[in-house]
Design a protein around this ligand. Structure first.
Ligand code: NAD
Ligand code: DAU
Length: 339
């Protein structure tokens, strides 16, 4: 892969940020370009250990800005695009859906137009299991790559729309693509508006942890580094045009997750506060990862080892999340509670 140029969109966010670090360190001879608008969810302090490495480059840009994106691609002639940039939080999509459609749908299409112009080797579109909708609580049912798309939130609907645009550019224009659909990630640099980092930061600060509804909704958790390894594999080995589900069979109710964190930190379950349920709250997600396993992927973390590592990381890296939960962020939570 020497002299190869990879553009990673959304590389200042949670998963994109972990992926940028993974690629910069794993492939020193590959030029990694992190393109990010630095919205509320993006920050560059997470990259202080790689920012001076010669193969890391940052571009501040908006993926919906065609006048910037097309000339950039024509100038840099990227070999690969791994597309993470998105509005990613379901609750925000309930209060402000418009930006989700603009960024997730239009932004993806602008990137596809730019990719089409330069003879890209592959466009990897990082999607989500939420495009499949929800499962009921029957533990024998799973999302496969052929499960119909039935998104329920404005967020998941915008992601499903972007999946369809990516598929169309492959079928119509022959653009080489893969789509990955992963379950819930957790790990270092997870923005503390999402369940796991929110719970860790609140429990450490002895603050109430809001659990939506009765806490019985189920998510299928995967450590972010296992997701990064999956994307790396799909980038190199994925069959052109194919979709790959990513997940490690780690289903937990939200209440189990919250109680595990409270117990690990030696705090009281009285910190749990049951609050009004999320509108349209999907009951259960569960991934069948067989197709990706057949390509050669298997996760390295169990939920137990991954959550222990993650809690340790938050204890050791208060400098990162404390700067984020101060100020503007607190106001946002008042808004979220009043849904
Ligand atoms: P995130 O919200 O932490 O990061 C998103 C990043 O995109 C931020 O750095 C933000 O600044 C950037 N961004 C937003 N709008 C932009 C724009 N218009 N132009 C350029 N950059 C922009 O998100 P995440 O949790 O890391 O998720 C990354 C991707 O993975 C998303 O596409 C999401 O749908 C998908 N995904 C997430 C999960 C999960 O559990 N978090 C699971 C499966 C798939
Ligand atoms: O499944 C993949 C998806 O996982 C990604 O596509 C999304 O980008 C990502 O945000 C995540 O979506 P969820 O809605 O599942 O994640 P979140 O952390 O917001 O919520 C997880 C569960 O916890 C969900 O059932 C809602 C619940 N919850 C969440 C928050 C923030 C609470 O009970 N309390 C909370 O405060």
């Amino acid at each position: 892969m020497a002299n190869t140029k990879i553009l990673v969109t959304g590389g200042a966010g949670f998963i994109g940020g972990n992926f940028v670090q993974y690629m910069v360190n794993k492939y020193p001879s590959v030029e990694v370009y992190n393109l990010d608008l630095l919205t509320y969810a993006g920050d560059l302090t997470k990259h202080r250990e790689i920012e001076n490495k010669g193969n890391y480059h940052f571009i501040k840009a908006d993926i919906t800005d065609r006048e910037t994106i097309i000339p950039l691609f024509e100038k840099e002639l990227f070999d690969y695009v791994v597309h993470f940039a998105a509005e990613s939080h379901v609750d925000r999509s309930i209060t402000d859906p418009e930006v989700f459609v603009r960024t997730n749908v239009l932004g993806t299409q602008v990137l596809l137009d730019a990719s089409k112009k330069i003879g890209l080797k592959k466009f990897v579109h990082v999607s989500t299991d939420e495009v499949y909708g929800e499962l009921d609580f029957d533990p024998t049912t799973f999302f496969t790559e052929t499960t119909p798309l039935q998104p329920n939130s404005p967020y998941s609907a915008s992601k499903a729309s972007s999946d369809m645009i990516v598929r169309a550019y492959h079928k119509t224009f022959g653009l080489p693509i893969n789509i990955t659909r992963c379950s819930n990630n957790y790990g270092p640099f997870h923005f503390p508006e999402k369940l796991i980092p929110l719970t860790i930061s609140r429990v450490l600060n002895e603050e109430k942890v809001p659990v939506y509804g009765d806490g019985g909704n189920i998510r299928d958790w995967l450590h972010v580094l296992d997701h990064c390894a999956a994307i790396d594999l799909v980038l190199h080995e994925g069959i052109n045009g194919e979709v790959y589900n990513v997940g490690g069979h780690n289903e937990r109710t939200n209440l189990e997750v919250v109680k595990t964190i409270i117990k690990t930190l030696g705090k009281s379950e009285e910190l749990i506060e049951f609050v009004k349920d999320r509108l349209g709250h999907d009951k259960r997600y569960a991934i069948d990862p067989t197709k990706l396993e057949q390509l050669g992927w298997k996760p390295t973390y169990t939920f137990e080892s991954g959550i222990a590592q993650t809690i340790d990381w938050y204890l050791d890296n208060k400098w990162w999340w404390e700067q984020i939960i101060s100020g503007e962020y607190q106001k946002y939570f008042v808004k979220q509670y009043s849904l």
